[in-house]
Design a protein around this ligand. Structure first.
Ligand code: FES
Length: 139
C-alpha cells in the first residue's frame, strides 16, 4: 500500500495511504496520480485544467521516491518547462502515477496559466486590496 507524504507550503506534512485499484476514479488526472490520490483523500492540490496536462498548477517537487513514479511522457515534460521554480525533481501531479512510497513538496508558487481558453493569473490567490483613498477634507 503506497504511502504518500505531501509537504505543504507551510512545511507541515500530510501522509495518506491508498490501496492500488481501490480508489474511485473521477477523471482528475491519470488514475492513481498525485491529483487523483489527493482528490480522493482530502488534500488540496490545485488543478486549474482539471488534470489534462494543460497548466502547471499541480506542479510538485519530488523529495523521495522518484523511482516509485511512472516515467515522464513528452507532453508532461513540455508542460513542465513552463512551471515556476522548475527543478530536476519536478513532476506534474496529474500526470505522475504513484507506484510506491513517495514524498512530494508543494512549490511556494504555481503559475496558473491554462493553455486552453484560460487567462494568465500569476500567483493570484487572494483578491487585490483596494487602493486606500485619502480622507476628504471639509472646510
Ligand atoms: Fe493542469 Fe495538472 S492540473 S497540468
Amino acid at each position: 500500500m503506497p504511502k504518500v507524504t505531501f509537504i505543504m507550503k507551510d512545511k507541515t506534512r500530510k501522509t495518506v495511504e491508498f490501496e492500488h485499484g481501490k480508489l474511485p476514479y473521477d477523471g482528475h488526472g491519470l488514475p492513481e496520480s498525485f491529483l487523483d490520490v489527493a482528490m480522493n483523500l482530502g488534500i488540496h492540490l490545485e488543478h486549474a485544467c482539471g488534470g489534462s496536462c494543460a497548466c502547471t498548477t499541480c506542479h510538485l517537487i519530488i523529495r523521495e521516491g522518484m523511482q516509485n513514479l511512472s516515467d515522464m511522457e513528452d507532453n508532461e515534460a513540455d508542460r513542465l518547462d513552463t512551471a515556476w521554480d522548475l527543478t530536476t525533481e519536478s513532476r506534474l501531479g496529474c500526470q505522475a502515477v504513484i507506484k510506491g512510497d513517495v514524498v512530494a513538496e508543494f512549490p511556494m508558487y504555481t503559475r496558473n496559466y491554462v493553455q486552453e481558453g484560460g487567462g494568465i493569473q500569476l500567483g493570484a490567490t487572494e483578491p487585490a486590496k483596494e487602493e486606500e483613498k485619502p480622507e476628504e477634507v471639509h472646510r
